[in-house]
Every structure is written in C-alpha cells, then in structure tokens.
Design a protein around this ligand. Structure first.
Ligand code: 13P
Length: 249
C-alpha cells in the first residue's frame, strides 16, 4: 500500500511572518497519520517554517533547486543549502517554472539526478496544455516528459520519487480534471514507469494529482486507484488544506 502524500505548493505567497501565521492556523488541522503532509514553501520561508513545524507531522519542501553543487549562479539555491536548512522534499518541473522561467526537460532531469544524489525527495511535475489535450496528445506528451526526467535514474531511486500530474489548464483556474481524466493520466504515468523499470517500481512510486484540488473535490480524486496524493496550490493557503489532509475521515 502506498501512503498518500498531500503537499501544499505555496508558490510566491506568504512573507516569512505570514508563513508563521499560516503554519499556526494549519497546525491543529493537518494531523492525519495515514498521510504524509508537506509544505513546499518559498526559499525565504524555509528556515522559519522548518523551525515552526518542529515536533509536528509536517515535512518541509522547497519549490525549486539548482543542479550545480555551488559557485557563480546568482540567485540559485543548491541541494546542500536546502538540506542544511532542514528541507526534505523539493518540487521540480512545475509548469510555471517551465513556462515563465524556460526550464527544459533536460534541466529537470539534471535537477532530479542532483536531488537524488544528495538525498532530497523529489516531486517531479508533468502536465499538458489545453491545446495538447484537445489535439489528443496528452499521454504521448506526459510519457515523453517522464522518460526524459528519469534518464539515468535507477529503479531503486525511482521508487522514492513522487510524480505530480498537473494539467496546466486546471492550475489556478478552478477547472479541476474529472477524477476519470486524472486517473487515466496517472495510470499512464504508472505504466510508463513500469516500461522504463519494472512492476515493483511502478507499484512503489507515488503519483499526485494537482490542479484546483480543493476541500470539495479531493475525496473523489484521492479515491482513484492510481492517485496517491495531491499537490495543492490555492487551497494550501487556507484551512481547507486541513480538510484535504483529512479526506479519509
Ligand atoms: P492550484 O491548486 O491553485 O490549481 O495549483 C495547483 C498547482 O500548481 C500545485 O503545484
């Protein structure tokens, strides 16, 4: 049985002092031993949030990392910096980073290899645009994203990776994929992992859905056999996040 993983992606929201207030608000709401709970927070919030969640069930993630170890890369953050600050998880390949900051599949592959080498737990995002869905190339597109991202990753390493399927047309739009649409692609992702590696790896890897997941639709999405969690944007900044974490109560 795969343990569900519910992660908030705070994106570029919450100043350090606002972050502390949000952690306090959510503290009594996010206790569920059946679920791994992660807050992926802006870089400047990492240190205060790591301190604020000490002694709770909440794990902290970053929203990005750079694939070089150190040096002249102004504005970037290394895996060692994240680890030293107490970060466990790291998102990579979010469609906002691919779109606004021109990240390529090869960059994401390098980030995944670096995160795994250093012992960070990666959350690798993939997803199609509305145009791609309408052209009927969703599964081909996602398979390609996954195959490039996992180049050079061993089966044992892959078992510990989390993949987040986030259809771009569902992010921040209030237009959630139906649970059938989300399940169809998450299943295809698991099959792709099975083709690259083997059945044991496909069975072990956790796949999240992300895109307008909220307190109202989470139960149905999380009931699907290949959906092992959620990556939540807007609703992770509100008490609703507690409802999502406790979707099975
Ligand atoms: P929303 O939940 O705001 O649609 O964002 C989803 C997302 O991009 C999480 O990474």
């Amino acid at each position: 049985m795969r343990k569900k993983i519910i992660a908030g992606n705070w994106k570029m929201n919450e100043t350090p002092s606002e972050a502390l207030k949000l952690v306090e608000t959510l503290k009594p709401l996010v206790n569920n031993p059946d679920v791994d709970v992660v807050y992926c927070v802006p870089a400047i919030d990492i240190v205060p949030v790591v301190n604020a969640v000490k002694g709770t069930n909440v794990h902290v993630g970053a929203e990005n990392l750079y694939f070089e170890d150190k040096g002249a890369y102004t504005g970037e953050i290394s895996a060692d910096m994240l680890l030293d600050a107490g970060v466990e998880y790291v998102i990579m390949g979010h469609s906002e980073r691919r779109g606004y900051f021109h990240e390529t599949d090869d960059d994401i592959n390098k980030k995944l290899l670096k995160a795994l080498e250093k012992g960070l737990k990666p959350i690798v995002c993939c997803g199609e645009s509305l145009e791609q869905r309408e052209e009927g190339i969703t599964e081909d597109w996602i398979r390609m994203q996954i195959k490039i991202a996992f180049k050079g990753v061993s089966a044992d390493q892959a078992k510990g990776v989390v993949i987040a399927y986030e259809p771009i047309w569902a992010i921040g739009t209030g237009k959630t994929a139906t649970s059938e649409q989300a399940e169809e692609v998450c299943k295809a992702i698991r099959e792709t992992i099975g083709e690259i590696y083997d059945e044991a790896t496909a069975d072990a890897i956790r796949i999240q859905y992300g895109g307008s997941m909220n307190a109202g639709n989470c139960k149905e999405l999380l009931a699907m056999p290949d959906i092992d969690g959620g990556l939540i944007g807007g609703a992770s900044l509100k008490p609703d996040f507690g409802t999502i974490v406790n979707y099975n109560k």
